[in-house]
Design a protein around this ligand. Structure first.
Ligand code: HEM
Length: 427
């Protein structure tokens, strides 16, 4: 009797232990699942749904309502930028009034006169010329990525803060560009170490803005510099390369350089949109649109959603996927082809959204950003095509990854940390 009781007790203990282990495992598993659920990113590639996501609206079955306010839904995914740059603006704040003011201030800064456009065209050409001829004189290679960064940054500072580009300390400008790039990239990988500290980035900013209290988030000039400069420089770089160093497999029916260089003589809304019948019927606007279609600087727009009784989730409206969708843009969706904009139907146009859409659409979308991208690409292309030049091997490797025959002339890779494009005079 005693024996059977003790073996029963043993059995119970064993079962108890097994059940405890199983419960512990289930609990851990649930926690794990919750973690993966809450950090999961749902990427949306359907145009109609993307537009709902931009506005932080109901998106799937039109039943569930996001419990977060639109400002919160947008600001939460952007908190990594607060850590990386100590910024405080409409992108990062949950205060709708601040967001409204920020957008109004940005719109005011970029509303510039025709005279100011002409001045910018002149300065941009001078800056590009100085850099390129300096490199040529010393037989040096031209590092196009750095050049696109420094010139776009100088011009952005002149528009946003009225600074004189030619007087800006070039070393500080290079450090700021490098710091923004490094810290932006590190902010995307949680826990990663950034080789450039915020202190060092702020020191360089302080050289340019001696009177500002940069530690104070609201005063931080990066509040405006980031949305303007960080979006434009990569479009300028990749647009320049697409035009000055076209893929040899491509035939360009139009002479883009001629159209661009003419625009530089007198840049305004009219010359931007002017069709050039002798150059295949294209305009600078077509070129800028094609650059921003193929190389959208903001590839995805993120929103946080929290539905009742569910884990919060991160949704991404995939702008790049919509821009490259072959069912919309055709088999040559990956090809740089400004001509496609000569006659484009409304449905296709709907899927073009480099500036987002709806409630938070970019205030620079209508004039400033496309005109500035066109202008800076023109300044680069004009100077680079003057002498016979060749581009580094990395460029060719960067182009045409995973190509198929129909992706002939496939686009350059568009991402932070892309290959260095190095240009030399042909021997
Ligand atoms: C090619 C250049 C540019 C691109 C591709 C671009 C892209 C975008 C995108 C996708 C958004 C929407 C973000 C969202 O929905 O969360 C946005 C918003 C915004 N952009 Fe741009 N942008 C560009 C240039 C500029 C410039 C030059 C400025 C001037 C400071 C600017 C200021 C803003 C502001 C203030 C907003 C927020 C609008 C709001 O809160 O309603 N952007 N931009």
């Amino acid at each position: 009797m005693n024996d059977s009781m003790s073996s029963m007790a043993e059995c119970l203990v064993r079962w108890g232990a097994t059940i405890l282990v199983a419960v512990a495992l289930i609990v851990r598993c649930k926690i794990y699942l919750k973690r993966t659920d809450s950090s999961q990113r749902h990427v949306i590639v359907d145009i109609g749904t993307c537009k709902k996501i931009f506005d932080c609206k109901k998106y799937l079955d039109d039943i569930l309502t996001n419990q977060l306010t639109p400002s919160a839904s947008r600001a939460i995914p952007n908190q990594r930028l607060v850590k990386a740059f100590n910024i405080y603006n409409g992108f990062t704040s949950q205060d709708p009034a601040l967001g409204k003011r920020f957008k109004a201030d940005a719109s005011e800064k970029i509303n510039i006169s025709d005279d100011a456009w002409s001045k910018i065209a002149h300065i941009s050409q001078t800056l590009v010329h100085q850099q390129i001829s300096g490199a040529d004189t010393h037989g040096d290679a031209i590092f196009l990525n750095r050049l696109a960064q420094s010139i776009t940054l100088k011009i952005s500072l002149s528009v946003l803060y009225g600074l004189e580009p030619s007087t800006l300390n070039s070393t500080a400008i290079a450090h700021i560009a490098e710091g923004i790039d490094a810290r932006w990239r590190a902010s995307k990988i949680p826990g990663s170490h950034c080789p450039i500290s915020l202190v060092s980035l702020n020191q360089s900013l302080q050289t340019i803005f001696p009177a500002l209290e940069i530690k104070e988030g609201r005063e931080n000039p990066l509040n405006f510099i980031l949305p303007a400069y960080e979006t434009m420089w990569r479009a300028v770089l990749l647009g320049t390369i697409s035009i000055a160093f076209p893929d040899e497999r491509m035939s360009h029916p139009s002479n883009y350089s001629t159209v661009l260089v003419q625009y530089l003589q007198s840049p305004n809304k009219h010359t931007f949109e002017q069709i050039h019948p002798s150059e295949g019927g294209i305009s600078v606007a077509h070129i800028a649109q094609e650059i921003l279609r193929l190389f959208p600087p903001t590839k995805r727009v993120y929103r946080r959603y929290h539905f009742p009784n569910e884990e919060p989730q991160l949704l991404a409206a995939d702008i790049e996927a919509c821009h490259h969708d072959k069912t919309i843009w055709g088999d040559d969706a990956q090809t740089f082809k400004p001509e496609r904009w000569r006659s484009i139907d409304e449905k296709t146009k709907e899927s073009y959204m480099p500036f987002g859409a709806g409630k938070y659409a970019c205030p620079a979308r209508v004039e400033f950003a496309p005109m500035m991208v066109g202008l800076l690409v023109a300044a680069f292309v004009g100077q680079l095509t003057e002498a016979q030049r060749e581009i580094s091997k990395e460029c060719t490797e960067n182009r045409g990854r995973g190509k198929t025959e129909e992706d002939k002339g496939v686009k350059l890779v568009n991402r932070r940390g892309m290959a260095n494009f190095i240009v030399r005079r042909k021997q």
